[in-house]
Design a protein around this ligand. Structure first.
Ligand SMILES: *[C@@H]1O[C@H](CO)[C@@H](O)[C@H](O)[C@H]1NC(C)=O
Ligand SMILES: *[C@@H]1O[C@H](CO)[C@@H](O)[C@H](O)[C@H]1NC(C)=O
Ligand SMILES: *[C@@H]1O[C@H](CO)[C@@H](O)[C@H](O)[C@H]1NC(C)=O
Ligand SMILES: *[C@@H]1O[C@H](CO)[C@@H](O)[C@H](O)[C@H]1NC(C)=O
Ligand SMILES: *[C@@H]1O[C@H](CO)[C@@H](O)[C@H](O)[C@H]1NC(C)=O
Ligand SMILES: *[C@@H]1O[C@H](CO)[C@@H](O)[C@H](O)[C@H]1NC(C)=O
Length: 499
């Protein structure tokens, strides 16, 4: 799916106003000095030790005909948990292996002691090991019928109910939902649908409005472009120009060979479809870079240097060079993303990111509930023009999964922009993150609050503390903790009143 139109965009695989400033080095540098270099090592030492458990979940929470269950995986760390006055931080797993999310959500580990919190990471059905029909889960549309956000939220509710029963001391403790990206959407929606289960939610980089008629379809690609434009002179212009050059080479057999050799592709380009696929792979690469444009060396979607887009732009400084020079620059830019470790023998256009994400599952979700319109015009953004065409999108979905998307359903289900009757949700977004275009970036009420991180890429706030964190993300995290503490205090105060 998606490949034919715009690339399929796994969320993680993913805010700020497009005018956002890039790194404010002075403030953050001052902070590094304050903390000193030793803090980096110390932070990395936070030991992520957890136990792994499985809970039998009904495959279908909403019908009574299918009695079957599957084993949902979840992880627990109780190192800092206190029976007295403690809390439970519950990660609402998204489209991938839950251990990978656990590894990449250092924020929860960093705040566990302060909140006396038990950490729970719940895997989303149809991802990782939590496969309702085992190896057959993706083989038949009938088996996929239970892959919906509603079923996933119901799994979370049942699991919390189970934990409260099974672990003495948790019964009368507040639970907070936390998630990033699609997991952030789930955290927010969980608080909306099950407010009796969680006292609040932290929804990081959660594009709950990236759906039909809620935000302009070109916002996403505009933000990607802005990131490149601000990361180096002529950088976005060079990429914009590269498409024509690629098309030009792609119009002949010798040109295709030349491209395959010079981009050092694992499988040579042979057909116009291959060329299309190459461009979609590149597009996805530039998008992924925008999501993980973190201020320090990291390994989320790929191992990458600090501020990877700046590195990429070192190779794309001048759009007005010869065609072959421009392609050579593009090759070096791709190498920043695909060969930072120096291990790549060739560039594989079948891969754009970590294998920990479940692209099959997300492909299906994008074809059913998660219909996110994207478009580009090649003028305000650096991509080839592309209109959003629901009809062809739907046809692709039908071909692949035998289902047709329901673009309005998420809005019916979760309220679209009309969510002001809910309470206690923090929406955090980074201005560098293309998904921020579909996120909540302004307060909706006193308790539905937006936190914007000007120098943040995709849920930077959920990552571990790092000596190179910009000041803005430190502030965001401390505000998030403040809100969570307030919810916990309110919970215990209202318990006391009931007694
Ligand atoms: C999680 O982190 C551990 C420890 O660094 C590592 O061994 C493991 O491979 C990681 N797992 C995933 C799925 O990221
Ligand atoms: C940007 O491209 C122009 C036109 O080729 C070139 O003159 C200029 O030097 C480039 N800027 C940088 C910073 O390389
Ligand atoms: C590159 O050349 C084109 C046409 O000659 C010109 O319009 C454009 O401004 C140049 N780009 C830069 C960055 O100088
Ligand atoms: C990756 O980097 C290594 C080390 O610089 C280099 O030898 C190798 O050719 C690169 N691979 C590709 C595909 O460019
Ligand atoms: C390219 O990636 C695909 C998908 O991960 C994999 O199956 C294939 O073996 C890879 N090809 C090469 C040459 O590494
Ligand atoms: C919210 O709902 C009201 C009443 O149903 C409607 O008039 C309004 O247009 C909705 N607002 C948004 C932003 O959807």
């Amino acid at each position: 799916m998606g490949r034919r139109a715009l690339p399929l965009l796994p969320l993680l695989l993913a805010l700020l106003a497009p005018g956002a400033a890039l790194p404010a080095p002075s403030a953050s540098r001052a902070l590094h000095r304050m903390r000193g270099p030793s803090s980096l090592a110390a932070r990395h030492a936070v030991d992520k030790k957890f136990s792994t458990h499985y809970f039998p979940q009904k495959i279908d929470h909403f019908g009574f005909n299918l009695g079957k269950t599957f084993k949902q995986r979840y992880l627990i760390s109780a190192k800092h948990w206190k029976k007295d006055g403690g809390s439970i931080l519950f990660y609402t797993g998204n489209e991938g292996d839950i251990i990978w999310f656990c590894n990449n959500t250092g924020f929860m580990w960093d705040v566990a002691e302060e909140l006396k919190a038990m950490l729970v990471f719940a895997e989303h059905r149809y991802y990782g090991e939590s496969l309702p029909f085992g190896a057959d889960s993706f083989k038949d549309p009938k088996h996929l019928n239970f892959l919906t956000s509603e079923q996933a939220l119901a799994d979370f509710a049942e699991l919390i109910k189970h934990l409260r029963k099974a672990i003495p001391g948790t019964r009368n403790q507040p639970v907070i939902a936390i998630g990033g990206s699609y997991g952030g959407m789930l955290a927010a929606w969980f608080r909306m649908k099950y407010p009796h289960m969680v006292v609040g939610a932290l929804a990081a980089s959660a594009p709950i409005w990236q759906f039909e008629d809620m935000v302009p379809c070109d916002g996403f690609m505009n933000i990607v472009t802005t990131d490149f434009r601000k990361s180096g002179p002529n950088c976005s212009d060079s990429i914009r120009k590269s498409w024509d050059v690629i098309n030009h080479y792609g119009s002949t057999g010798t040109g295709l060979n030349w491209l395959s050799d010079n981009l050092r592709l694992c499988s040579p380009l042979k057909t116009p479809q291959d060329l299309q696929h190459l461009k979609e792979w590149m597009t996805e690469t530039w998008i992924n870079l925008a999501m993980v444009d973190y201020p320090y060396e990291s390994d989320f979607l790929q191992p990458l240097p600090a501020w990877p887009i700046k590195e990429v732009c070192q190779h794309l400084k001048n759009p007005n060079v010869s065609d072959s020079q421009l392609i050579h620059g593009v090759f070096q830019a791709l190498n920043v993303y695909y060969n930072y470790t120096g291990q790549a023998k060739c560039l594989n256009t079948s891969e754009t990111a970590t294998g920990n994400l479940g692209s099959q599952g997300w492909g299906y979700q994008a074809c059913t509930e998660m219909v996110m319109p994207f478009c580009s015009n090649g003028v305000h953004d650096m991509f080839e023009p592309h209109t959003w065409d629901l009809k062809s999108y739907s046809d692709e979905c039908f071909k692949q999964w035998h289902v047709r998307p329901r673009p309005h359903w998420i809005r019916t289900l979760y309220g679209g922009k009309n969510i002001s009757s809910h309470t206690n949700i923090i929406f955090s977004n980074g201005d560098l993150d293309p998904w921020s275009g579909g996120g909540v970036t302004k307060d909706i009420s006193d308790t539905l609050v937006a936190i914007v991180i000007p120098e943040g890429a995709h849920h930077l706030d959920l990552r571990s503390n790092n000596a190179f964190d910009p000041l803005t993300v430190l502030l965001a995290r401390s505000l998030e903790v403040k809100y969570m503490q307030q919810w916990i205090t309110d919970f215990y105060n209202s318990l006391a009143k009931q007694d």
